[in-house]
Design a protein around this ligand. Structure first.
Ligand SMILES: [Zn+2]
Ligand SMILES: [Zn+2]
Length: 293
């Protein structure tokens, strides 16, 4: 191995020339920007359009990014003669370091632009319209090409990443494109069957409870879940029905339930395995996780 080559690599890293051998002052891509956007659950369901305001670095309009005051121009650095670096003899090695006068660019600005103080860059608040597709989920990113910071020396702009945060719904829990909720139903309806209306995201829905529905049964409503963010229809809404046990009873309710109790003797009560009545076994584990039962 060439020992001198190894040394020059070490020095190169030390002085910040390691990695990409970018020419000083050459085109540079602008930095990517990140913007965290919080939206309501309803906006994630319907989709939305919003305008955000982001500070970003742009090319200075006064000097068109050159950094030189109007009417003047950049000049070749007299110290390094435009090379951007200075070379030193150190023992038997030649060591290069960036030119201090021009900061490695090879050019100096005799009359700096007053608007940007010679940097060629200004920070501006920019308004960007963001289209949020229906069905977007917590943490998903929208990439806006070219909306990042301007490039330097003719390089392309970076991209803007809008990271979407969705406020959870108070009732409807989302998992992928499916929604889950629980509703307490009177014992009489679970036993005899019946129906009631709920108001989930996306509009009113009639829940038909079949006769002899066990407490904890999961009723699936396909196509009533969240919209798929790629436009592939909607997921499933799962409504878990459990027996409603009232904390307070009217006199009449108490009398009727006592009569019912007398007709349902306690001496037939027996234990069973916990999933004995679960006819939706593929969902059992999910439901257990979601509802902790
Ligand atoms: Zn300027
Ligand atoms: Zn120089």
């Amino acid at each position: 191995p060439d020992i001198f080559a190894d040394f020059s690599d070490i020095f190169g890293d030390f002085f910040g020339f390691g990695g990409g051998r970018r020419q000083a002052g050459g085109p540079e891509r602008g930095a990517d920007l990140r913007f965290d956007l919080e939206i309501s659950f309803n906006d994630s369901f319907t989709g939305a359009e919003t305008t955000i305001q982001i500070p970003r670095e742009e090319s200075c309009e006064t000097c068109k990014g050159s950094g030189a005051a109007p009417g003047s121009s950049r000049e070749t650095c007299p110290q390094c003669r435009g090379a951007g670096q200075l070379r030193f003899q150190q023992g038997f090695l030649v060591v290069a370091r960036p030119c201090g006068q021009c900061r490695g660019t090879g050019q100096i600005i005799p009359k700096p632009c007053p608007a940007c103080r010679g940097t060629g860059r200004t920070t501006k608040d920019r308004r960007v319209t963001v289209k949020i597709p229906a069905g977007i989920a917590e943490g998903q990113r929208l990439r806006m090409y070219g909306e990042g910071e301007h490039g330097a020396h003719g390089g392309p702009s970076g991209d803007l990443y809008v990271v979407v945060h969705v406020k959870p719904h108070e009732i409807y829990h989302r998992e992928n494109d499916d929604l889950f909720a629980e509703v307490a139903v009177p014992f009489s309806m679970m036993a005899m069957g019946g129906s009631f209306k709920i108001e989930p995201p996306g509009g009113q829905l009639t829940i038909e409870v079949p006769a002899a529905t066990p407490s904890g049964a999961l009723l699936p409503f396909r196509g009533k879940g969240m919209p798929n963010v790629s436009g592939h229809g909607r997921g499933t809404l799962y409504v878990r029905v459990v027996v409603d046990v009232p904390k307070k009873l009217t006199k009449e309710q108490r009398k009727l339930i006592e009569q019912l109790g007398n007709a349902m003797p306690a001496d037939t009560i027996q234990p069973r395995a916990i999933d004995a009545d679960d006819d939706e076994k593929p969902f059992f584990e999910r439901v257990k996780d979601l509802f902790g039962s």
